[in-house]
Ligand binder design. Structure first.
Ligand code: NAP
Length: 179
């Protein structure tokens, strides 16, 4: 069972603008059934984790509908409103205990840390992040939400082009150290 951070990024390493906009990303051409695409990735995922900003973006973008079938843990210190008919759990527990709960429900399937980058870094700090998948869009943003604000050593496992995106899959080969 593998714990992945799968995300799109600008070329200069930001996954959203300072205002949490993904407009620069959603206008890009991508084939979700293509090389290293979303559809093949997500079918093996049994549990998700995300931070509060990512959750709030998903809720805004989907206008309150929930787009995931898998149980989802949302890291927050706040009482956020939850979607109807979805298994979404708010938590501020330690990442290792949440990861153990995720493993228990995921069964044979994998775990996806959706974002943001620091939450993925917290899992890496705990030695719980196995792979990083980055779909690089042909855009620079100059500033924004960081891709993975840690010092990590990674091994390049796979590369592909998917339409506008340069896609890389990396193994985490050492624990991160917070900057
Ligand atoms: N490009 C992509 O494919 C992609 C993928 C994922 C996300 N995104 C975007 O990237 C941006 C990421 O935002 P972000 O950098 O602010 O990260 P985030 O992880 O989405 O949200 C950060 C917030 O999560 C909560 N949090 C994080 N760790 C926690 C912990 N251990 N315990 C309890 N709460 C914790 C805190 O919220 P509170 O303390 O306020 O509750 C924190 O301020 C969003 O705009 C998202 O939409 C883009």
């Amino acid at each position: 069972m593998t714990t992945h951070f799968f995300t799109a990024s600008s070329l200069d390493g930001f996954i959203a603008t300072d205002e949490h906009s993904l407009d620069w990303l959603l206008t890009q051409d991508v084939d979700p059934d293509g090389a290293m695409g979303y559809n093949a990735f997500v079918k093996d995922i049994g549990a998700l984790a995300m931070g509060a900003s990512t959750y709030e973006w998903v809720m805004r973008h989907e206008e309150g509908r929930w787009g995931y079938d898998q149980p989802t843990w949302v890291f927050t210190h706040r009482t956020l409103s939850l979607p109807d008919d979805a298994d979404v759990r708010l938590t501020h527990d330690a990442v290792h205990s949440v990861h153990a709960e995720m493993l228990a429900v995921a069964g044979e399937r994998d775990i996806w840390i959706v974002g943001g980058g620091d939450l993925a870094g917290q899992f890496a700090d705990a030695g719980l992040l196995d792979e990083v998948w980055v779909q690089y869009a042909p855009v620079t943003l100059g500033s924004g939400a960081p891709l993975l604000p840690r010092r990590l050593d990674l091994e390049l496992l796979e590369v592909a082009r998917n339409r506008n995106f340069l896609c890389g899959r990396y193994a985490v080969v050492s624990e991160g150290t917070a900057r």
